[in-house]
Design a binder for this molecule. Structure first.
Ligand SMILES: Cc1ncc(C[n+]2csc(CCOP(=O)(O)OP(=O)(O)O)c2C)c(N)n1
Ligand SMILES: [Mg+2]
Length: 320
């Protein structure tokens, strides 16, 4: 279905929010104000945004270690996410999980995950539950190119297929697993080809084109929701930052990085909106300014929140 102006601008706003959130996290991380590890989604915004725009309340998403964009696209609180990343008590997990453990079950956001490939069985289970409980829900699984080499990938696709589960597997092929390029870690170029082994449709899309992702996900989600079984969508994309903040990134040449930055999903979509007469430059600037303020507020919220006290250490660990 063709998107109207309001919906298109919302896609842009979401992508801009993810970008601003991530660049802000990068800045505070480099100042030593954020504990632990952060893996940023900058460059890949079109994937989470285009997919999650198709979801309904009863749907689920399973994420990865690079999960901030997934949470934002699903509508998680920016204040609570930022507080969690800063390790503060008002965070999604009371500041005890950090970047890789942000979750919001009420929103069907089953959580970021430090274990590569762990989201695949989680999403498959959520899809099973949706079918069994007849909720009309769909489960989305975001996962990386390297994760597609894990046993969990093969087991989950097989199970989802044979049980005809409403799961959409969204591969974020950013061409690297840490420093290992895709051509060094697997002998295929399109991960979508693996869908055939499990008797499900596989699609390849330009993961830096939010409309292309939206349309592919729209078809896949509709089909899964209608009982058509799982689909695999491979989104070709690229991360602008290193694998984690602090990665010297010596395994990628400037030429490659610059070629991908020229395909940055944000200016690309902003230009397209203007060409389609869906937005003026002033409207785009206005959204950018509003997003800047919302993220600055999230940082203020996080910095004003206390660090958890020692007695919080063993709370939420065991069931009472
Ligand atoms: C089971 C497991 N093996 C290895 C690691 C170490 N590790 C962390 S991220 C990563 C690479 C993930 O690459 P990919 O799936 O392509 O996701 P990307 O980081 O590119 O988004 C690896 C091997 C891990 N966290 N979990
Ligand atoms: Mg990767």
């Amino acid at each position: 279905m063709a998107l109207n102006k309001v919906q298109m601008l919302e896609l842009y706003r979401k992508m801009r929010t993810i970008r601003e959130f991530e660049e802000t996290v990068a800045k505070f991380f480099s100042q030593g104000q954020i504990p632990g590890f952060v893996h940023l989604y900058t460059g890949e915004e079109a994937v989470a945004t285009g997919v999650c725009a198709n979801l309904e309340k009863q749907d689920y998403i399973a994420s990865t270690h690079r999960g901030h964009g997934h949470g934002i696209a699903r509508g998680a609180s920016l204040n609570k996410m930022m507080a969690e990343i800063f390790g503060r008590i008002d965070g999604e997990c009371k500041g005890k999980g950090g970047s890789m453990h942000i979750a919001d079950v009420e929103l069907g956001f089953l959580g970021a995950n430090g274990i590569v490939g762990a989201g695949l069985p989680l999403a498959t289970g959520a899809g099973f539950a949706a079918k069994y409980m007849k909720t009309n829900g769909v489960a989305i699984c975001f996962f990386g190119d390297a994760a597609s080499n894990r046993g969990t990938f093969h087991e989950s696709l097989n199970m989802a297929s044979i049980q005809k589960l409403p799961v959409v597997f969204v591969n974020e092929n950013n061409m690297y697993g840490i420093s290992m390029s895709q051509e060094r870690h697997q002998n295929i170029s399109d991960i979508a080809d693996r869908a055939g082994s499990y008797g499900m449709p596989g699609m390849v899309v330009d993961g830096n084109d939010v409309m292309a992702v939206y349309e592919a996900a729209e078809e896949a989600v509709k089909s899964a929701r209608a009982g058509g079984g799982p689909v695999l969508i491979e989104c070709k994309t690229y991360r602008h930052h290193g694998h984690f903040e602090g990665d010297a990134c010596i395994y990628r040449c400037d030429e490659e990085v610059n070629a991908w930055k020229a395909k940055d999903p944000l200016p690309r979509f902003a230009n397209r909106l203007q060409e389609m007469k869906m937005a003026t430059e002033a409207e785009i600037d206005q959204i950018d300014a509003e997003v800047k303020k919302v993220i600055a507020d999230a940082v203020e919220f996080a910095q004003n929140s206390p660090v958890p006290t020692l007695d919080e250490l063993t709370k939420d660990v065991y069931c009472d």
